[in-house]
Design a binder for this molecule. Structure first.
Ligand code: NI
Length: 230
């Protein structure tokens, strides 16, 4: 399932992010790639401990936490430390790859935990008219789709999918990227739950609370109980 989350960041957030990025200490993106990805990855990223990365990370996590659509579509259990990356100039592309399945995350307390990369999320930090190219292309069971969204919007796509970022030929593309370990590992089961949730919401808006919406809400939760790991 590939799904767009509109307005994860506000105009104020985006202005703040732009300010933070003016003097950001970009480094080589290959530092965090696995052996296969390293051969096709050519972009820049911010060190996790830089001030800009910390502030943008907090902004993005707040935005996602406010979004009922993110919760419904991703059913998040753990989120891997979001990264801020940039494509342009000599470091302008990331060829086709599949992300590593498991990442090791340093937690706030200094401990580590594993995060399974069930869902990938890209949050666009600058508007598409500032660059040419830089399209996220995702190939999965539904075919191949190109994604390029307004600043502040995000896209979710399955961690299992082959994907790339096409070369940026003018300007820079700046985005925040993160993985989610979902309570529901299967993309198919997550999609069914999300569709059921959205349809119950629409029914409730059209007809108010009825015996049927109550029943379907029960079905949603019983499926979630059957499929979720916490
Ligand atoms: Ni990737």
């Amino acid at each position: 399932m590939l799904i767009t989350l509109p307005d994860i960041l506000s105009p104020d957030d985006l202005a703040h992010a732009r300010q933070l990025l003016l003097e950001a200490p970009w480094t080589d993106g290959r530092d965090s790639a696995g052996p296969q990805a390293r051969t096709v990855k050519n972009n820049q990223q911010l060190p996790h401990d830089s001030q800009a990365a910390q502030a943008i990370r907090a902004m993005v996590l707040n935005g996602l936490n406010r979004s009922p659509l993110f919760f419904s579509a991703a059913l998040p259990l753990r989120i891997f430390t979001p990264r801020v990356n940039r494509y342009g100039g000599e470091a302008n592309t990331y060829g086709y790859h599949i992300d590593n399945a498991i990442r090791l995350k340093a937690t706030d307390t200094g401990a580590t935990e594993h995060v399974r990369t069930d869902v990938s999320c890209t949050v666009f930090l600058n508007p598409p008219d500032e660059y040419e190219g830089g399209e996220l292309t995702v190939s999965d069971t539904y075919g191949t789709r190109g994604v390029k969204l307004p600043a502040g919007h995000a896209v979710l796509y399955p961690g299992t999918s082959l994907h790339q970022v096409t070369p940026v030929t003018r300007g820079h593309r700046v985005a925040c990227f993160l993985w989610v370990q979902s309570m529901v590992r299967s993309d198919e089961q997550r999609r069914l739950l999300h569709e059921l949730d959205m349809n119950i919401l629409a029914l409730r808006q059209q007809h108010g609370e009825t015996d049927e919406t109550t029943g379907l809400t029960g079905t949603y939760h019983n499926l979630l109980r059957m499929w979720a790991e916490t």
